[in-house]
Design a protein around this ligand. Structure first.
Ligand code: AR6
Length: 175
């Protein structure tokens, strides 16, 4: 059984197998959770991101890639690129956002992380409506768990930094 939990706070402080970053296509760092991860992780993460981009080129929305965690207490960082919200392509953005969560969990499994902490991808600078993103995120994770019965993940943490997301996840998950 995999525990699903909700944590309110800063993802960079978590000592878990993998934390997920809401990155951009160039893995260039930025604001929000990406900025916090790059600041706290230090130059090793920047170097790893540059090496990933040199090897494979820019990441598409929905892709996920792995780097080391530099000075962070986490084991690895999984960078995924969420969709930039526009109301005219809402269904497509739902699918891309769900793909982020699934791709990140695939990599967590591959790298033998036992716990994975997710931020609320796309709900900051990328403007995805928070209530809609929370439903997509939870369903994507439940689908992945159902379709990957042989995994050995112990815990998936929804890390909520702002009050609105925290309240949404607590109410959707029934706590
Ligand atoms: N720990 C956990 N969650 C956080 C933290 C933190 N330290 N800081 C912010 N959040 P955003 P996006 C939450 O903007 O919408 C960047 O510039 C925040 O409250 O970080 O996917 C990238 O480089 C929000 O709910 O990511 C991209 O260009 C959530 O993280 C772009 O922003 C996501 O907000 C990605 O935009």
């Amino acid at each position: 059984m995999t525990d699903l939990s909700v944590y309110k706070g800063d993802i960079t402080e978590l000592s878990v197998g993998a934390i997920v970053n809401a990155a951009n296509s160039a893995l260039a760092g930025g604001s929000g959770v990406d900025g916090a991860i790059h600041r706290a992780g230090g130059p090793a993460i920047v170097a790893d991101c540059k090496a990933v981009i040199a090897r494979r080129g820019p990441c598409e929305p929905g892709d996920a890639v792995v780097t080391g965690a530099g000075e962070l207490p986490a084991g690895i960082v999984i960078h995924t690129v969420g969709p930039i919200w526009t109301s005219d392509a809402a269904d497509e953005h739902d699918k891309t956002l769900a793909k982020c969560y699934g791709a990140a969990l695939d990599l967590a499994l591959k790298h033998r992380a036992k716990e994975v902490a997710f931020p609320n991808i796309s709900t900051g600078a990328y403007g995805f409506p928070k209530p809609r993103a929370a439903v997509v995120a939870i369903n994507a994770i439940l689908d992945w768990l159902e379709n990957n019965a042989a995994h050995d993940l112990n815990e998936i943490v929804f890390v909520c930094f702002d009050d609105e997301n925290h309240e949404l996840y607590e109410s959707l998950l029934g706590w």
